[in-house]
Design a protein around this ligand. Structure first.
Ligand SMILES: Cc1ncc(C[n+]2csc(CCOP(=O)(O)OP(=O)(O)O)c2C)c(N)n1
Length: 748
């Protein structure tokens, strides 16, 4: 048993730590190269080496040092700890430590500490359907995916929000430290409160990135100190060019110092300066040759020399059990690969009555106006009253909370002007059980698009493992939408996230385009209850007409898309179908239908509203997609149809693959923009009522219902509109004051 504080004089103890690190390093090399004979129980042969060798060694030795030290920290401070690995591809280090903790058997009984278990581990590393070479959901204890560099620290900060007892140790690569998101993450130390846990960044300054010298490695110790102090961190520098007992002792001291800084409310950062690929073949240490495979797989002799340099027979007995490390392993439930915070299930939010209490009473569709986001804010306030604990519900927004119609309160983090940070904090928060949303201008959400794509990859992989528990959905709210950016102008108009998410795994993505308060609330009430999803809700913040009562909103959301009774003629084969997704496109479709109806009372029109966009997909591509039968009954083959869409027409067109019937016209944002009036933005992109009516007339003319006079009238209205905005700078009063007249008699 180890008695801490006296341990600085205990050489045997630090020798054991060094032994532990060696065992982890040995396992890493074995995993990368070997398919058999992992304990070198007979002379290494070419046939023991994998046909396809892969992995990244360079980053691993420093990471294994850190894992060894974290075990000590956990034991000494009885500290629940997660390790997040940023640099390069350190998956082997986490796997090696999971093996040493004997936690792999908990996910696969065959991955036990035996020659067969170790052989299996080696065979499954960096192999098809096996463990990736970077951390991911397949490895117990991982909450941060390696791969795309830059997000480790923000995930580490997000994970401790509301978890006072948790420490995240975030391993930051000196190359990774050059990325924008990582640079932005340093500032997060100013955003945590007494209710949150601790974050300890450990920067591995091994000098090299993949091909170059890192910027941090070019700085002197005093420059490094000044740099990190300017960020409000207390830097603790540990330097060594050899992996020895003295380095273990130095590092142990550094971790103790870090914990002491936390005690006085300061933020420590450990800067670990060791050569890349330390303990690899001498000629490769500290060179880019160590980044992936320091020894060629064909070099059996060289590999044997390297493997035996770790003295595997002292590290493992013949049964594959690690030797001499038992005292260094934290107690059960405190392992970095199995503790209170690993593999957490998303906490269920209490949502009782919040929807009912917030919904608006609607009697006549379109008769009243309200801001969807302002009422959504009230809904979130009710949720936060029912879920007041700091680990339950959080909203993140980049300095736009008020601008987007929300209000600051305890559950809102709205002062970090970085979309990367907001998305990353939410992701980290979800990984330790939380729930919430990231609210942003629609046009700037695509900044975080790649992070969202990585999160989807995590979810896709996680669902392959039955042992993985479900986390709460990553909820995105896009507002100040493309159609509201008439005053900020062209730079703020970008519906690209809708486009990129429409291309992702449809089983994990939901794209929602509610059109008023009640459809927005109903959608949000569903989103906060979903797991293992990325939900994207787009809704305007400006007051807009209110269409649906609560009951019809719920029916609409359940179906995902529906004929709008109060705007449609009761017939199975209308002369024209006008479909819409999105608040403004829907309003324009309704206005167009009214123009057509008033001028041509004998024409039958159907209006279809799609709020759950991916339901349009064919079931061959998306199990939630509506059947061909339903699609064909909503959009009959003999009825021409026009689709007015919130985003790019290309996005909508792609969703209709394999359908029998394609719209005659698809309107949407066509990248035509400027500072203008709200209605003119619609006109410029062709989603306005006059252009839609013209398209409808072209369709109807093909069916023998031509009306050239109305067509000309639409052109005149477009001209009148143009003159008005040029001379007055505001929209025509008949546009601003327009109100829909619902059909009284329609029954479907
Ligand atoms: C965003 C991103 N850009 C580029 C890469 C390609 N890449 C993989 S590892 C690496 C070097 C990483 O250097 P560092 O963070 O110092 O890690 P280490 O030296 O420990 O491998 C690069 C550029 C990547 N994975 N992610």
């Amino acid at each position: 048993m180890i008695t801490f504080m006296s341990e600085y004089n205990n050489k045997t103890y630090f020798k054991a730590m060094q032994h532990f690190t060696s065992a982890a390093n040995y396992l890493t090399v074995a995993m990368m190269y070997l398919k058999d004979n992992p304990l070198l129980q007979r002379p290494l042969a070419a046939s023991d080496i994998k046909a396809a060798v892969s992995g990244h060694f360079g980053t691993v030795p420093a990471q294994n040092l850190i894992f060894t030290q974290v075990n000590r920290l956990i034991q000494k401070y009885h500290q629940q700890t997660l390790v997040l690995q940023g640099p390069g591809h350190g998956g082997a280090a986490l796997l090696a430590n999971a093996y040493l903790n004997n936690d792999l058997v908990k996910i696969d009984p065959k991955l036990d500490q035996s020659p067969a278990g170790l052989r299996r581990l080696c065979q499954r590393f960096a192999a098809p359907f096996g463990f990736a070479s970077h951390p991911g959901p397949a490895i117990p204890g991982a909450i941060h995916p390696g791969g795309e560099l830059g997000y480790v620290l923000v995930h580490g900060f997000g994970a401790v929000l509301g978890h006072k007892k948790l420490l995240t140790v975030c391993i930051v690569g000196d190359g990774e430290a050059e990325t924008g998101p990582l640079q932005a993450s340093w500032q997060l130390n100013h955003n945590l409160t007494q209710k949150d846990g601790k974050v300890l960044p450990v920067v591995t300054i091994n000098g090299l990135t993949m091909e170059n010298t890192s910027r941090l490695a070019q700085m002197t110790d005093s420059e490094l100190t000044a740099y990190f102090q300017s960020l409000d961190y207390e830097p603790i520098i540990v330097t060594s060019s050899v992996a020895d007992v003295a380095l273990q002792k130095q590092l142990a001291h550094a971790f103790d110092q870090a914990m002491a800084y936390f005690d006085v409310d300061k933020w420590p950062v450990i800067l670990l300066k060791t050569p890349k690929g330390l303990t690899g073949p001498a000629s490769t240490v500290g060179t880019v040759a160590s980044h992936q495979l320091p020894v060629a797989p064909s070099d059996v002799h060289g590999l044997n020399k390297w493997l035996t340099s770790y003295h595997p027979h002292k590290l493992f007995n013949d049964q594959g059990q690690p030797q001499g490390i038992a005292d260094l392993l934290p107690e059960d439930n405190f392992h970095v690969t199995d503790n209170d915070y690993t593999n957490r299930k998303g906490l269920a939010l209490k949502t009782r009555d919040a929807l009912k209490q917030t919904a608006l009473a609607i009697t006549t569709p379109g008769a009243s106006q309200a801001s969807n986001t302002e009422v959504l804010n009230t809904y979130f306030s009710k949720l936060s009253q029912q879920n007041p604990k700091p680990d339950q519900l959080r909203l993140f927004s980049p300095d736009e909370i008020n601008s987007n119609g929300f209000e600051n309160s305890a559950h809102v983090m709205g002062n970090i002007l970085s979309e990367h940070m907001d998305e990353g904090l939410l992701e980290g928060f979800l990984m330790t059980g939380g729930s919430g949303a990231f609210i942003s201008y629609e046009g700037f959400l695509p900044i975080a698009s790649s992070m969202i794509a990585q999160h989807l990859k995590w979810l896709t992989q996680a669902q392959r493992y039955a042992w993985h528990k479900d986390i709460n959905a990553l909820n995105l709210i896009g507002t100040s939408t493309v159609w509201e950016q008439d005053k900020n102008g062209y730079t703020h108009q970008n519906p690209d996230l809708l486009n990129s998410l429409a291309a992702k795994n449809p089983e994990l993505v939901r794209l929602y385009l509610p059109v008023d308060v009640n459809t927005t609330l109903t959608t949000m009430d569903l989103m906060v209850r979903l797991h293992q999803k990325v939900n994207y809700l787009i809704t305007p913040k400006r007051p807009t007409p209110q269409w649906f009562d609560l009951t019809s909103s719920q029916t609409l959301l359940t179906r995902g898309l529906s004929v709008v009774d109060w705007a449609s003629d009761a017939t199975d084969s209308p002369d024209l179908v006008l479909a819409a997704s999105g608040s403004e496109p829907f309003e324009e479709v309704l206005a167009a239908s009214q123009i057509l109806r008033e001028a041509m009372p004998n024409i039958t029109i159907r209006v279809v509203l799609v709020v759950d966009l991916l339901r349009l997909q064919h079931p061959r591509l998306n199990p939630r997609g509506i059947t061909d039968t339903l699609f064909d009954s909503l959009f009959p083959k003999d009825s021409p149809f026009i689709y007015n869409f919130h985003g790019y027409p290309l996005t909508l067109g792609g969703l209709l693959a394999h359908r029998h019937h394609y719209p005659e016209f698809v309107n949407g944002y066509r990248e035509v923009g400027s500072v203008t009036t709200p209605f003119d933005l619609r006109v410029q992109n062709g989603i306005d009522r006059f252009n839609v009516a013209k398209e409808a007339l072209l369709c109807l003319a093909d069916k023998g219902h031509g009306n050239p006079a109305l067509f000309n009238q639409m052109d005149q209205m477009l001209q009148k509109h143009h003159q008005q905005i040029v001379h007055q700078g505001v929209d025509l009063p008949e546009i601003t004051n327009w109100q829909f007249k619902p059909l009284q008699s329609a029954k479907k």
